[in-house]
Design a protein around this ligand. Sequence first.
Ligand code: ZN
Length: 213
Amino acid sequence: MNEWNIQSRGHVCEACGKSFANHETFHTVLCDERRDFRRSDICVACWKKDYSENARERKGFISYWHGVYEAPVAAPEVIQKDTAETLLRKLVALNDPRYVPAGYILAVMLERKRLLKVKEQFTREGRRVFIYEHPKTGDIFTIVDPNLQLNQLAEVQHDVARLLEHGLETPTPAPIPSPATTPPPAAPEPVLPPDTLNPGTATAEALPAATAA
Ligand SMILES: [Zn+2]
């Protein structure tokens, strides 16, 4: 299974090929296809005809929801510093396992800011998998829980802060300077206290796996 991916909202119905109109309601089905989770976006007519009765019986069915299609608007090209969201998108595109912990922290940050919503969570091959939706664009993000221990958290948070501050220019994470020689750079924004590191829940009893650490 891929550690993570992003799947954009489709612009056409997968069943009949018809383009979605702006503000048209459509249905999304997520299925487990072994290597990846595959999303299918389906128009209302095809949904009623071929899917509504048996969507849950489809092979590998994981989740289903419906949404409203929004036609893309041309965004002005602005060069700006990475936000948590742009950084997460870049990390997923890199598909480098080293960045999985940072990606996970970014996804949790974005959820706290209500920029991502947990659509589904489940366990695959012994690991927690979160399906996040970006409500504005309809993109879905598959994020695997790296199962961070509390003693790894500070380092990952430091990585995230450094990436937000300096971007992905340096492909290898620099060694963390020892406080005795160089004062650590101030984080651009507080990342996350460890007790909030549990996506999809409002309570702070996070990280059951880390309590033994
Ligand atoms: Zn259709």
